[in-house]
Design a binder for this molecule. Structure first.
Ligand code: UDX
Length: 493
């Protein structure tokens, strides 16, 4: 085992797990740094990774001495509980409680990397998901430094951190129903931020909801961490970023992570790139894409947590078919809500013949796709996305313009930036109407295509520069690894 020992603890959902596995690989790729990693996740996530991805055998084979998985319960019961977006707050509260309980397995892993004597080794640094605002107090108790990995977008994070500001300025809770009113209490975003672009949890008249309480704790504890890792690159960040830096000067912008990993692994002899999907990937869709003309297909996915109603699903379906554009659509299991707010399976849907025929002619539907490969396929010309931060970055890297239909948390902010700041797509938030969808698809794939492509290619080029040797993200990652290696962090106050 290396001298420095890091516990990496992502929020147990797809996006953050993807990011932190990639971060682990990047840290371990600097073998001279001699850092060992304990990757802490839940039994549920570990089971999914074991069944559907190559992550578990990859680390066992490539890093037998420097990497271990450790698992704890998420408190959400048996595996057939779908663990939807609405359970995130409950799960986080459960993990907080466990982390604060003397002698719990979670606390032992945070302190020693394991609860079993033979694997115990004092932890020198915890890298925790930024959503775990409670972690600074736990780390202080354990006398271990903590660095946060903010797996949401930096722009989304900035709005979270401004929630206390917004409450003080009486911007929150909203007065009246006008979602188009501008928000002035988020410094650096005054020029474009409307109420509807704020994180979804701001749309409440009750500032005491569990998620707002968690965000307030996150805001309070943000400056107490030793540093923050961000999945972004300097060139992408805008006017609000100096304000964020002012709150915590030690920021590590090391993204886009997936591209960074590809770049650093380019010269290795073995294949170090693997999927960390929590669902079985349907790779047949790549064969289908091979048969489609260049830039002709729009890819549709709402990520790993978002759900839609049957009505919304049918509006999207009609919009796609009526646009006459080819489409590849991920309909994730358990993503369709029924009338009682539970989830239902697709077979309960009554789909009109014209839609079935249009789909046979021009569509392909899968339950989970190898998304990074799909977005880099030459047949892809656009992405109808829920604007999750990983999906947004994956699209930016491939220069693929987007139609954004955000569901929750940072996604409302991300979609605004895609449209207004980076100018690489259209923001469809709060609308789900077949006519609007058809029109936007035509705008993206045909009428405004050249304009979007020009900007998208510019950002893609900047992303590549950032992760190439001596680029901003490249240097930032080296600094992070050296800081971990020589334990240049102190204990939270
Ligand atoms: C969650 C939040 O919803 C998001 O807003 C936040 O920014 C990060 O955490 P999630 O729904 O998991 O995100 O979306 P996203 O961040 O886009 O991550 C989804 C990941 O799943 C991406 O890396 C994507 O490549 C992958 N994916 C998605 C697949 O591999 N296959 C699919 O079919 C769909």
């Amino acid at each position: 085992m290396g001298a420095a020992h890091v516990v990496i603890f992502p929020l147990p959902i797809q996006g953050p797990v993807n990011c932190m596995l990639k971060l682990s690989q990047l840290i371990l790729s600097k073998s001279e740094a001699a850092i060992s990693i304990t990757f802490l996740t839940t039994d549920f996530i570990h089971g999914r990774l074991s069944n559907h991805s190559k992550a578990v055998p990859h680390f066992a084979e490539m890093e037998p001495n420097n990497f271990r998985f450790e698992t704890v319960s998420d408190g959400l019961g048996p595996d057939d509980n779908p663990r939807g977006a609405y359970q995130l707050a409950d799960m986080t509260c459960f993990l907080e409680d466990q982390a604060q309980t003397q002698g719990s397995k979670l606390r032992q892993v945070l302190c020693y990397g394991s609860s079993e004597f033979e694997f115990k080794k004092r932890v020198s640094c915890i890298i925790a998901d930024g959503f775990f605002g409670f972690m600074v107090d736990v780390a202080k108790d354990l006398t271990i430094p903590v660095v946060y990995f903010e797996t949401i977008s930096p722009s989304g994070l900035w709005t979270y951190l401004c929630v206390p500001n917004m409450i003080a300025a009486a911007d929150l809770p909203f007065q009246g129903n006008n979602l188009d009113a501008t928000v002035t209490s988020v410094p650096g975003m005054e020029a474009y931020l409307r109420r509807r672009d704020l994180p979804s949890f701001c749309r409440t008249y009750n500032p005491k909801t569990a998620i707002i309480q968690l965000v307030l704790k996150q805001a309070l504890n943000f400056p107490r961490a030793q540093g923050h890792i961000l999945n972004t690159f300097d060139e992408l960040e805008g006017d609000y970023f100096p304000h964020l830096r002012h709150l915590c000067p030690n920021l590590y912008n090391i993204g886009p992570l997936h591209l960074h990993l590809k770049c650093r692994m380019k010269h290795k002899m073995t294949n170090n790139l693997f999927s960390s999907s929590l669902w079985e990937e349907d790779r047949m869709c790549l064969n289908w894409l091979d048969e489609q003309p260049q830039n002709s297909v729009i890819f549709v996915s709402i990520g790993s947590l978002a759900v839609i109603t049957r009505e919304q699903l049918m509006e999207i379906w009609f919009g796609l078919v009526n646009s006459k554009v080819r489409f590849l659509w991920v309909q994730r299991p358990n993503s369709i809500m029924n009338d009682s707010n539970g989830v239902t399976e697709g077979q309960d849907l009554v789909v009109p013949n014209e839609v079935i025929e249009g789909t046979k002619e021009r569509g392909c539907i899968v339950s989970w796709a190898p998304q990074e490969e799909v977005l880099s396929h030459k047949a892809i010309g656009g992405f109808l996305t829920h604007s999750g931060w990983n999906s947004t970055l994956e699209s930016i890297v491939e220069g693929v313009p987007m139609i954004c239909w955000p569901f929750f948390v940072d996604q409302q902010v991300n979609s605004r930036l895609v449209n207004e700041v980076w100018k690489i797509g259209l923001d469809m938030k709060d609308k789900c109407d077949r006519v609007v969808i058809e029109k936007m698809i035509k705008e993206l794939m045909e009428n405004q295509r050249d304009m979007f492509l020009l900007k998208a290619n510019e950002w893609a080029e900047l992303a590549t520069k950032a992760v190439s040797e001596d680029g901003s993200s490249y240097n930032s990652l080296n600094r992070l690894i050296e800081d971990i290696r020589f334990i240049r962090f102190s204990i939270p106050l």
